[in-house]
Design a protein around this ligand. Sequence first.
Ligand code: ACO
Length: 324
Amino acid sequence: MTIYSTIKSTGSYLPEKILTNADLEKIVDTTDEWIVQRSGIKQRHIAADTETTGNMATIAGLRALKNSGLKPEDIDGVIVATTTPDRTFPSVAVKVQAELGIKPGLAFDVQAVCTGFVYALTTADNFIKCGQAKRILVIGAEKMSSIVDWNDRTTCVLFADGAGAVILEATEHNDGLDGQGIHSTHLYANGNQRDLLQTSGGVSTTGDNGHIEMQGREVFKYAVSYMADVVGEVLEHNKITPEQIDWLVPHQANIRIIESTAKKLNMSMDKVVTTVDHHGNTSAASIPLALDEAVSKGDIKRGEMLLIEAMGGGLTWGAALVRF
Ligand code: ACO
């Protein structure tokens, strides 16, 4: 028997305010047509001024907890993936832990920009597999609107806010892909490419948060190639064919990147969870948000095989194969 981390439940939160492409046409020199054609985004949710990443993470975590039927005291740890924490310290994770009444245990943030959730999921999976925790609340939460330069049309049309959560639980079963849980995770970063997607400032440089700066065309090129590489690696590592995957759950940055990964897998788009049109790019929150939406709608069902993948600033990228 081997320990696997299974996804016990999901939960998410989106701010009430919706910003459409028509709204953006009034803010910067852009058009709905350009945004939809280049990115697939039609609208996105933007947090209220008083709403923080920690507030959104807490609500998503609470919903995941409710959906699991577990109590706060059943949770051993909290890992939050975010690039936009409430404060430089303490972490968003300790806020979530306290707000949800989770007992003292491990709680920390992970920062790998849009790949953050895959990094956090992998970290939690490893804690569970080595027996240090039985149940971990893993959250991706972002207030990207707070680091966007609202005068920069090349980035402000893409990013958005929200939070998604999963509870991972240790289960024991025989090896084999039929079993529920995380079967493999694959993480990468290439720090030589850190200038392609960055903020203009930070705590120990300018003393402020800075704004997102992105060499979009370059990032796009690497995103397509890294996603193709890493999904290929998942298939090879697990000795499976694309037909054995029920759902691709990609980071929601750009519909064209998602379509190219689906094409590489020879998967039709009705087997790909897409929320980029109405969520925009919520960075580390995008995968758990997409997952929760697909689970809530009844699209993703228990026992189905999911291929999760993401790419973001760093550059970072990664993937996970999970039987739900
Ligand atoms: N409205 C209208 N025109 C625009 C806009 C806009 N919002 N933004 C840029 N343009 C113009 C540019 O100025 C340029 O004009 P020019 O040809 O006269 O110079 C033209 O449109 C084309 O610009 P490109 O940047 O070449 O457009 P591209 O087709 O590459 O699409 C995009 C841009 C959507 C940003 C794309 O490159 C992309 O999605 N990149 C990857 C983003 C990504 O995946 N990021 C990773 C995750 S994010 C994270 O980790 C935080």
